[in-house]
Structure formats: C-alpha cells, structure tokens
Design a protein around this ligand. Structure first.
Ligand SMILES: O=C(O)[C@@H](O)C(=O)COP(=O)(O)O
Ligand SMILES: [Zn+2]
Length: 212
C-alpha cells in the first residue's frame, strides 16, 4: 500500500475510534496528516465516524484543494501547525467536553493553561497555549498559530476546543485523549489545594522521555 493510502486508512480508523468513544460528537472536529506532496484533511461537515478514505480532502503544499471533498473550514489552522512544527506529522482538533470546558474558564494562564498535574500529560502533551477566541475557520487563527513559531505542540482555542499535534497520527490522537483526561481532572479538582509537579520534576521527565 502507498504511504498516502496507508495515511488515508489510518485517518478513517483513528477518527472512527475518536468518534465511537465520544471524543467527537456530531460533525465537530477535524484532522490532518502531512504527506510528502501536501496534506490530507477531513472534509467539512463530516462526522469523524463516517469518513471514507477516497473522499478525504487532499491539499497541495501551498494549501490548494486538489482532490476529494471540500476540506474542513480549519484549513489555515492545520496548515499553520504543520508549517511551524516540522516534526509534527498530524494535527487533531476536537470539541472534547473537558478540554472545551477548560477553554471557557476566565482565569486560566494563557501561556500554560494545562499545568503539569501528572507525568503523562507532560510526556504526551507538554505545555499548552490558550489562544484567543476567533470564529471557527477564521484565517486569523492560522496567523496566531504561526506567531507561536512552533513553541507549543498543543493549544486550546478559547471557548472552542483543543488542537494537538503529534509525530504520527496515532500519537496526536493519544495526546488529544491524554489532554482531555487531564482537563477533566483539572476541572474536577478546581478550588482544591493542588500539588503540581515541580519544574525540576518536569525537567527530569522532559530530559528522560522528550515528548512521546
Ligand atoms: O468548530 C468548528 O466549526 C470547526 O472547528 C469544526 O470543529 C468542524 O468544522 P469542519 O471541519 O469544517 O466540519
Ligand atoms: Zn472546532
């Protein structure tokens, strides 16, 4: 099977897995995968559980739509992530409940909106940037992500939901799942005195594992 065909098959499988387990409902969310000659993106207004491999949108390296159904309205967001994070091969955007809940809270630190609560969120997700609200599909979001210059592999879009990148689609999906569970803990524990990992503990994890 060609690399592109394998990527299409993997997108169908993992998007269905996210949908079947409730990480995406309705037609919320979108996913992209880097190819040597462009990008695959989920079509707009499609349920992640209903993707068809041959209808997945293909864009060239400049972001022009070249085949498949009309791409997600978040083309600019996906392209900006892939352009500024050369090691990222895939991007997952969801409206998963707890990460979206955290994205609506007033008093989160925009530069570290998912603090290091557990080792696995440090290893899988790393620091998370909160980006200001713009309407879905606004090209401004692409520019805001470009302005981060690749410093964050994961972001929360205020009042909207998470965006997570990964070295493979499977690792981007695993990171999106870990982020969701951590946001659930953070919301559940809100108001209680919290013990976060120290910066020395975070540094030890980063030195030992990097971002897996
Ligand atoms: O929130 C939105 O409208 C988009 O970010 C989204 O999640 C689904 O849009 P499409 O991928 O264009 O269906
Ligand atoms: Zn969205």
């Amino acid at each position: 099977m060609s690399l592109e065909q394998t990527a299409r098959t993997e997108m169908v499988r993992l998007c269905k897995s996210l949908f079947d387990r409730g990480f995406s409902v309705g037609t919320a969310g979108n996913v992209s995968v880097r190819l040597p000659d462009g990008m695959l993106m989920t079509p707009t207004n499609v349920r992640l559980g209903d993707l068809e491999a041959e209808r997945i949108s293909k864009l060239d390296l400049h972001g022009n739509h070249i085949s498949g159904d009309k791409p997600t309205k978040e083309v600019f967001l996906h392209q900006a992530c892939l352009d500024t994070l050369p090691e990222a091969q895939a991007v997952v955007h969801l409206h998963s409940t707890w990460a979206t809940a955290l994205s609506c809270l007033e008093d989160t630190d925009p530069d570290d909106c998912v603090p290091p609560l557990t080792p696995y969120v440090v290893m899988r997700v790393g620091a998370v940037k909160l980006l200001p609200y713009v309407k879905p599909g606004d090209p401004c979001m692409g520019q805001m992500i470009r302005d981060l210059k690749g410093r964050y592999g994961a972001m929360l879009l205020a009042n909207h939901g998470p965006v997570v990148t990964g070295r493979t689609l499977a690792s981007a999906v695993a990171a999106a799942e870990e982020l969701e569970e951590t946001c659930k803990l953070l919301v559940a524990l809100r108001g209680l005195p919290l013990r976060m990992l120290t910066s020395a503990q975070v540094a030890e994890l980063t030195a030992t594992f990097g971002r897996i």
